[in-house]
Design a protein around this ligand. Structure first.
Ligand SMILES: *Cc1c(COP(=O)(O)O)cnc(C)c1O
Length: 468
């Protein structure tokens, strides 16, 4: 399997190269040059398999010759062995034929663990084979930092350094990062805002000498392997609900479009997905794009579902490539840079709307949904999951098609909002309760590039020189 850039002007690469490359050299995102097919018999054969076995089968064609099959299957098994639920991504029924797909049973209690736990292992494997190491640097406003740290801690060939804005992430979020004591993990609290952290990150990556010296890398949401790992639970959920004979619909809390794009990939592979409902909060650029064809960037509005407070949905470029090809993507991205938006031709908008529907759910509706679900079923859901459930209910459609709403975070991670909705804070699961007792380790640094620069040299010096 080879991968090509959505902008058509970068060399085609194999899976292991795409894994480490992140963005393509022409600024595009890597996509498989063709979609592998899962035949009906292959889909049917997945029924009843443990999650990790189904996962290895679904992902196998994307990996191709780049990683040996046995080693890949072992990494997949290892990635999901630490999840709190045996099924990894279990389904629970909220109402007749309205299902919740629980994606928050990983080590940081959010769905990003499902992809990152595997990506961390894949990184380490490929780096070991090449005899190199990398320094993964990231900035977080809360959630993604801990998922990256949990995925990369104790990996032999990776040093990880995560910047967070001092005093501006919740105590639980900070402790999820700073109580990890693995020697290759470094947390830095920046005396500034999240935007300052992102600007520092940009500054680090903009320095070619430093990039080379540290082997700087990122594991952000445009990494193809993350999308690949997310296609699996669409397949396992659909199979559990009757695929390949029966079609299924999904409602997906959406920010960067990575998760719902994975649903599109599963459909392209032959899974009978009738519809994909894009559920957004007040940051509704995607809902507007599906309704009108206008993809236009606005200002980010803070909401109760902060992991979806995004205006530019990076992975949308992958869908665009499927709809309009590389020339169309280049034109659209040029317009996005120049004018802050682009317009899809009506035929393309219609092609999009054949599969995708979209709903924007505001904070009031989010809180009302958390309260209603709790009243009706006793289930407590987090605000991101509630956005998905609200959208699923609005777009219920054909009742013979089961609707699956993706639950992307554990309610205890967003206890304040959940408490407002149901009148008391949600119970803390053992993983989170234990954090309060554990010692923290982090460095406080000023909002100053030179300070972060020398900190990195210091910690990477301890681990051995990076060579990209
Ligand atoms: C990242 C995230 C999302 C959005 O996923 P995308 O792939 O960016 O669309 C939704 N919910 C939670 C809890 C998240 O952490």
């Amino acid at each position: 399997m080879r991968y090509v850039s959505t902008r058509g002007r970068a060399p085609a690469l194999a899976f292991d190269e795409v894994l480490l490359a992140g963005l393509a050299a022409d600024g595009g995102l890597y996509v498989p040059e063709r979609w592998p097919r899962l035949g009906e018999a292959e889909i049917a054969d997945l029924a009843g398999l443990p999650y990790a076995e189904a996962a290895a089968r679904v992902m196998r064609p994307f990996v191709g010759e780049a990683i040996e099959a046995g080693a890949f299957a072992r990494m997949v098994a290892d990635a999901y062995a630490g999840f709190d639920h045996e099924a990894v991504a279990p389904l629970s029924e909220l109402a007749p034929d309205l299902w919740l797909l629980e994606l928050f049973h990983g080590p940081t209690l959010a769905f990003k663990d499902i992809a990152l736990q595997l990506v961390g292992r894949l990184f380490d494997h490929v780096l070991a084979r090449r005899g190199t190491r990398v320094t993964v640097v990231g900035a977080t406003s809360g959630d993604t930092g801990s998922a990256a740290i949990e995925a990369l801690k104790d990996r032999a060939n990776v040093t990880v350094c995560i910047l967070h804005p001092k005093g501006r992430v919740s105590e639980i979020q900070r402790r999820q990062m700073t109580t990890v004591t693995a020697a290759n993990v470094h947390n830095v609290a920046i005396e500034g805002t999240f935007d300052d952290c992102q600007a520092l990150l940009k500054g680090l990556f903009a320095d070619p000498a430093l990039r080379q010296r540290l082997g700087l890398a990122a594991v952000n949401s445009i990494n193809w392997a993350r999308v690949m790992a997310q296609t699996v639970y669409y397949v396992t959920a659909a199979v559990a609900l009757g695929a390949p004979e029966r079609a299924v619909a999904f409602a997906v809390p959406t920010g960067n479009f990575g998760d719902v794009f994975a649903g599109w990939v599963a459909r392209r592979m032959g899974l009978p997905i009738a519809r994909l409902v894009i559920a957004t909060n007040a940051n509704d650029i995607l809902a507007r794009a599906v309704a009108t064809g206008e993809y236009r960037v606005g200002a980010v509005t803070p909401t109760l579902s902060p992991s979806m407070d995004i205006q530019v949905a990076s992975n949308f470029e992958r869908l665009l490539y499927d709809l309009v090809g590389a020339d169309g993507v280049r034109a659209a991205m040029a317009a996005l840079g120049r004018e802050g938006g682009f317009t899809l031709a009506e035929a393309q908008r219609a092609a999009l709307a054949e599969v995708f529907e979209a709903e924007a759910v505001d904070d009031a509706a989010t809180l009302a949904t958390i309260a209603e679900v709790h009243r009706a079923s006793g289930t407590v859901v987090d605000p991101h999951s509630a956005v998905g459930i609200a959208a699923a209910r609005r777009r219920r459609g054909d009742r013979r098609v089961p609707m699956v709403a993706l639950a992307t975070a554990h309610p205890a991670k967003f206890g304040d909002a959940v408490g407002r909705a149901i009148g008391h804070p949600p119970a803390l699961p053992p993983r989170l309760a234990a954090l309060a007792e554990m010692p923290e380790r982090y460095r406080v640094l000023p909002n100053d590039l030179a300070a972060v620069h020398s900190f990195l040299l210091e910690v990477v010096g301890e681990a051995g020189r990076g060579a990209a």
